[in-house]
Design a protein around this ligand. Structure first.
Ligand SMILES: Nc1ncnc2c1ncn2[C@@H]1O[C@H](COP(=O)(O)OP(=O)(O)O)[C@@H](O)[C@H]1O
Ligand SMILES: [Mg+2]
Length: 322
């Protein structure tokens, strides 16, 4: 069982070396080549959350620097220290002294797409000025939010989401090391809720382990405030067959018992509707309902009452009663 002083498992099981990174094989092999040749360009790591961008940057620097890692590696999070001052001061201070025992230092700027346009301009000038002594690794969810002059100074690596198999294996591994019992259905549930994000997968596992019993899929859905896919489908089926009150009762359960937000519900409805079989929801109906889900999602994002919108959306389903 997890005790409060323990390291979060995501940190405890962060890959130390490039070869420990799961998936992303092409990327890690290219990065290893930089180490082998003792040279690297500026890099831009692009991709979603929890798939190994930070881990790769840290592991790469450790392999370059070994014992002098801490003198030669600077990590900044652009979304914490947002703005132009950080780029001007912290980076400059670090960048202007010579690398310790090495040809260059590495500056890792996490979530750099959160930097303002001005800060990115300043960063670009800094990258130019210190190009002899420093290499930059930028990470971003969207490379398109990085200004063109920076993009063109970097080699871009696109990180993909992790596969179901990779997630299952790693989570299974961590569970074994932490001696928590987890069944097959729970592993599948973790894969479903984390959607390729390994950080989320391991966090859900740790949160579920602290519940104290053997982990089942039920625990996973509770901990992550998700409905079983089957329940969401059932709610839509009821609405499609004209049973509005029953569909609404199920909606109550999702909101009041599971603590799901309106956004959670609508996102999951979208995901499950897309998956539903042609003989349950004919293609044409599906397309029109996806369009409706988009419309109601937008209304909620604009601030309309979630409960009212979700019921109104279920009412839309009734119009397609067979
Ligand atoms: N490819 C991966 N291989 C192994 N563990 C991973 C991987 N991606 C993420 N993790 C786990 O999730 C945590 C967060 O990953 P991180 O590299 O910070 O993700 P990102 O920077 O892409 O958001 C890591 O500490 C590790 O436990
Ligand atoms: Mg990161």
């Amino acid at each position: 069982m997890a005790s409060p002083i323990e390291l979060p498992w995501i940190e405890k099981y962060r890959p130390e070396r490039l070869s420990d990174v799961i998936g992303q094989k092409e990327i890690t092999s290219r990065l290893s080549n930089y180490v082998k040749n003792n040279t690297m360009p500026n890099l831009l790591f692009a991709g979603g959350a929890g798939i190994g961008k930070t881990s790769c940057a840290v592991a790469l620097a450790k392999e370059f620097f070994g014992d002098s890692f801490s003198q030669n590696f600077l990590e900044l999070n652009a979304s914490n220290d947002r703005g132009i001052d950080v780029v001007r001061d912290t980076i400059k201070n670090f960048a202007r002294t010579l690398a310790f025992n090495q040809g260059f230092k590495i500056i890792f700027l996490d979530e750099s797409d959160a930097l303002t346009f001005d800060a990115q301009q300043a960063l670009r000038r800094t990258m130019e000025r210190y190009s002899r002594t420093c290499r930059f690794i930028l990470s971003a969810n969207y490379s398109s939010k990085i200004i063109e002059p920076i993009q063109s100074r970097c080699v871009i690596f696109r990180f993909g989401q992790l596969s179901a198999k990779d997630i299952e294996e790693r989570v299974g591994d961590v569970a074994k090391k932490e001696k928590v019992g987890i069944d097959e259905s729970a592993l599948k549930a973790i894969v479903y809720v984390c959607q390729g994000d390994m950080r989320k997968a391991i966090n859900v596992l740790q949160a579920s382990a602290s519940v104290g019993e053997k982990i089942t899929d039920k625990v996973i859905y509770e901990v992550s405030a998700r409905a079983r896919p089957e329940e969401i489908k059932e709610m839509m089926r009821l609405a499609l067959s004209g049973k509005f009150l029953e569909a609404r009762a199920l909606l109550d359960k999702l909101i009041y018992e599971y603590g799901m937000s309106g956004e959670d519900v609508i996102v999951q409805m979208h995901r499950e509707l897309v998956e539903m079989d042609e003989n349950e929801v004919p293609g044409r109906t599906k397309i029109e309902l996806i369009d409706k889900i988009g419309e109601y999602n937008f209304r909620m994002a604009e601030g309309a009452n979630e409960r009212v919108q979700l019921e109104a959306l279920l009412a839309q389903f009734l119009k397609y009663k067979k």
